[in-house]
Design a protein around this ligand. Sequence first.
Ligand SMILES: Cc1cc2nc3c(=O)[nH]c(=O)nc-3n(C[C@H](O)[C@H](O)[C@H](O)COP(=O)(O)OP(=O)(O)OC[C@H]3O[C@@H](n4cnc5c(N)ncnc54)[C@H](O)[C@@H]3O)c2cc1C
Ligand code: SF4
Ligand code: SF4
Length: 440
Amino acid sequence: MTDPKPKQKKPRGVARLLDGKCIACGARCQSSCPVNCIEMTDTGEPIVEADKCIGCQKCIKICPSTALEMFFTVEEQKILAELAALALPVEEEIDPEAAVLARKLAEYRGVWVFVEQTEGEPAKVSWELLGVGAELAEKLGVELSAMVIGENVEHLCLEAFAHGATRVYLMDAPVYYHYRTEAYVEASCHLIEKYKPEVILMGATGMGRDLAGAIATRVGTGLTADCTGLSIDEKRNLMQTRPAFGGNIMATIMCDKYRPQMSTVRPNVMPMPERREGAVGTIIRDTFTVPEDSVLTKVIEIIRDSHSKGTVDITGAEFIVSGGRGMMAPENFALLQELADELGGVVGASRSAVDAGWMPGDRQVGQTGKTVRPKIYIACGISGAIQHLVGMQDSDMVIAINRDGSAPIFEVATYGIVGDLFQVVPAITAKIRSLKQAKH
Ligand SMILES: Cc1cc2nc3c(=O)[nH]c(=O)nc-3n(C[C@H](O)[C@H](O)[C@H](O)COP(=O)(O)OP(=O)(O)OC[C@H]3O[C@@H](n4cnc5c(N)ncnc54)[C@H](O)[C@@H]3O)c2cc1C
Ligand code: SF4
Ligand code: SF4
């Protein structure tokens, strides 16, 4: 009798990073590792300590950009080949933890957009979010819904249908007339717990930021603020892209273990969807209300900001002529104002110009300023730092005027003029004027 052949152990390998594939998603690989053998670099990429790795493949499964692979030594590859040649049925390892998670996540379905309103007047960003929400819902094969909370706000349901929603969750009661965090959080969480949406989008406005943070804390999920891109991966996760590390890189953030996945998006970042006049859908009225006595905040009076009366709203402008550090002095902005007046537009600025005190803060375009989407954006003496670009690169047309031909602004420009803005800008203004005069 011969001794039975000792069973060959299947090599597990070690994880390793593939060059150039990591998108610095926020250390998801590191947080998934059960033996803490992943360190992150300053740029957000993982370093795997090979001698500690137990080859569990959790980091590989969680990575949204397939940036990690299993590495096997030549010896291990031989053993794997031998095992494969024996063609023994390999029992699939079922990870019970993953199975429980998958079941939990599957309870959540649908994309929701919070419709922001003040005294019945909707915020435009809500409709922009229905546009991107429709794309996400289509990818996920689910319904796009709007969440409308207020008093006498039924007209907003019809508007939501016109902008792409097919269902509206409506809470209409006096206690919701004014936005107050306590009442709106109670109402929203009631709906979320009852209907379990997988994605919730809100405007990154004062109200949206306040409400989204409070809801995420209450329901125990993640929230990504100020997203500039949203899409769905093959595991139904929402890929939320936003500037990170001071805007120097774009990070894609995911919330793959919790639902709903929540994002805020600033006004003008997403395009406005086409209006579907007369579109209809289902309104689900929920009579849940919050007792007025339980809401500590009382709105006594709404005082409009008189300071903002004379200010310019650059976010709604169709033509923006922006100046940067290349303008050299505040009085030189008069040149831009002249051009803006000819076009019927407004003057914007880079942060450097605002920091120098040449232009007021409400004119700043960019990551820490406003996001704009005009028909024409004319950048004068602006280098095109990424923090500026994220605020204007979705303009229909960008015209850049800079004396440095290698300035990054030219990378996003439809038309680039390499030259001295003090000659170019007055020449454009004069040309427009003469064209207008010739017309009359
Ligand atoms: C966290 C963070 C947030 C930020 N947020 C913002 C933001 O919201 N918005 C923003 O704009 N920046 C922001 N910044 C700053 C950003 O990084 C840049 O420093 C800033 O945008 C540069 O402004 P600029 O292009 O006017 O100045 P510069 O980078 O100094 O560029 C000046 C340009 O003018 C050109 N120039 C000079 N003279 C002339 C001339 N006579 N004719 C033609 N061209 C000329 C030069 O060639 C140069 O390209 C942020 C930075 C950080 C770290
Ligand atoms: S394979 Fe497992 S043990 Fe190895 S680095 Fe990835 S998560 Fe950690
Ligand atoms: S992209 Fe992949 S490798 Fe890079 S940090 Fe995220 S999970 Fe880790």
